[in-house]
Design a protein around this ligand. Sequence first.
Ligand SMILES: O=C(O)CCC(=O)C(=O)O
Ligand SMILES: [Fe+2]
Length: 451
Amino acid sequence: MVLRIHGLLFLNLQTLFGLYGHRDKLSGLRFSTSVAACYSILTLKFNRTPRRKLTSTRSHEKSKLGSFSWHGTWRSTFLNLTQDQISQVRCENVFSDVLYRPFLCTYTPLSPYTTNIPRENAITRLENLSATEFLDSWSNKPFILTKTVLEWTVYKIWDMNSLLEKYGDVLFRAESVDWSLSTYVEYMRNNSDESPLYLFDRSFVSKMNLNTNNKQQPLAYWSPECLGEDLFDVLGDKRPDSKWLIIGPARSGSTYHKDPNATSAWNAVLRGSKYWIMFPSSPSSRPPPGVYVSEDQSEVTSPLSIAEWLLGFHAEARKTPGCVEGICAEGEVLHVPSGWWHLVVNLDASIAITQNFVPRSHLTNVLAFLEDNISDQVSGFRKDVTDPYSLFVEKMHSQHSDLLEKAFAELERKREGRKRKWDAAVSNTEGETGGPGFSFGFGDESDAEVP
Ligand SMILES: O=C(O)CCC(=O)C(=O)O
Ligand SMILES: [Fe+2]
């Protein structure tokens, strides 16, 4: 018998639904509950990952603390099946695009995509950088620092076993669930998910009792000095989330996104290694191949998994102007400039720390983002911070009024420039803007996106 299942609906739902919306650093994805519900039904039916069920049903009831035994698959864990209770279905006569596609994406080797990076695409690697060089020439470019992390205490002493020993019972956020580290590591070491669940925890500093600011005591880690001050520091404890611990197995990672609130970021690899592919964005540029963005940029649709994107779009992406790629190895840290699209995949089991910040060179972008708050995209602030823009302006005014004034003047210039271009375009008095789509390009470095 030949069984062929047509999976158009299923694949569309896959594309629409992901757990990434729960990773608060990855903003921009919204999913309706009805789609989520459909997905749960379909995943159970097709025996794909019924992750959400584990948050509320049987296994969870047994272990309210997010600490339970992982049985190798979501289904076996959910049903609490032992090895001898797992049915072995013979399926040599089943032919299904729906079932084959995730299988292919789960097992296809990723090295053809992550190696042989063309020299012109390679992210620059630097031993160090001064704060002035960063502000003058590098704050709009990705780069990898190869020496900074080597001094950190966490780099010297963290690995999966030392973390398990010390924090095995501590709950960490992994997408939409809170699991103990020992449960997560059991999962991480024994799963065959197309998009492995990713530990992405914003409260790790307090959960792990790390010293990140008392310089009288040894610090666990510190921000690379060349990146300079973080202007969101003026907000004190009202700043948006900014620090995450990231742990995941090989093939886990982050699908395309831009970082929240127009912030920049650094991402330090303590164990393992990560492949990065990144694209600048400007009002006139398109998102990376295979990535579709709604008009207000609040919704991003891309293939369900990283592997699926690599299979379908990597070759084209590599040839796209602006594309940069690199491998951030153990002990290295990568700079993510404000507004850049990036997709990241772990090449081995990885432990990383990432931190978002506002360098003075991107103050204008951040102010514009907070002020416009298009489709409520401002994220990561505590609920009691009802007007992040006004609060930031007030604090900047009292602590860095010179920078604030300059930023407002630049914003004004950009908005004026944009308006002039718009007026010219609608009255058709100025020449063609060139290429498909309309460009608001300001034609210089300051042409960074003002959302
Ligand atoms: O390590 C990763 O998966 C990437 C996280 C990320 O997107 C970031 O640090 O901005
Ligand atoms: Fe990111």
